[in-house]
Every structure is written in structure tokens, then in C-alpha cells.
Design a protein around this ligand. Sequence first.
Ligand code: HEM
Length: 107
Amino acid sequence: MRSWVLQRVTAVLLIGYLVAHMWALHYPPYEITFQTVLARLTSPAWKLFDITFLAVVLYHGLNGTLGVLMDFAYLQRYERAITWLTVLVGLAAFAVGAPLIWAFSPP
Ligand code: HEM
């Protein structure tokens, strides 16, 4: 039930993240140059945005995939193992991605 609710909550959050992402990265109200990209990538606020975006999309994508997998009756007996594997994949992806986003600094 909780993961069902969180799947919907993260779906709504993703709409906001997606709109902001498309606006800032693909259709900004200014010319996209090396300097403007650099300024965004070094901004702590944008880093925080990107890291939380990563967390939300990982939860949504992996929790959704887990839901699809658990719809298969023959996989349900492995639910514990598959759930733990999914959690580990999510944590590993976040552990790789978040520090990479945070560490970025101009040369
Ligand atoms: C604005 C972006 C997104 C919105 C609004 C959205 C919305 C939703 C909603 C409402 C559900 C529940 C569907 C249901 O249970 O009937 C869902 C399920 C799911 N989403 Fe998303 N989603 C978005 C992006 C993504 C992304 C980027 C991924 C992959 C990384 C993803 C992967 C999944 C998966 C695997 C499911 C489970 C599908 C199922 O239960 O049949 N979604 N999404």
C-alpha cells in the first residue's frame, strides 16, 4: 500500500521535475552556451535538484519494475530476493550518481 502511494507521489513529482528539466536544459529563455551550462552544473541548488531528481526517478522506475515483476505468479516465491536486489540496484545507482553530480566543478 505504501509503495503504491509512493509510486503515485513520485509520478506527480516527476511531472514537475520533467517540466523544470526540459525548461532549464532544452528550452531555456536564453542561448545555451558552455558558460550557461557550466553555471548550472556548478550551482548547489541545481545539484540538489539533480540529486533529488535522481532519487525520485530511481524509486519510481525500480518500484514500478518490481510491481511488474511481482505480477508474475512464478516470480512471487522470490519476492524477498528480488526486492532486496532492486533495493541494492537503487542504492548502488544513487551511490554512484549523487556524488558525481555533487562533485562536479569547473576545470
Ligand atoms: C512524468 C513522468 C512520469 C509519470 C507522470 C509517471 C506516472 C506513472 C504512474 C501514474 C504509474 C502507475 C501506473 C499504474 O499502476 O497503473 C507509473 C508506473 C510506472 N512507471 Fe512511471 N511515470 C513517469 C516516469 C517514469 C520513468 C522515467 C520511468 C522509468 C525510469 C517510469 C517507470 C514506471 C514503471 C516501471 C511503472 C510500473 C508500470 C506498471 O505498473 O504497469 N515512469 N508511472
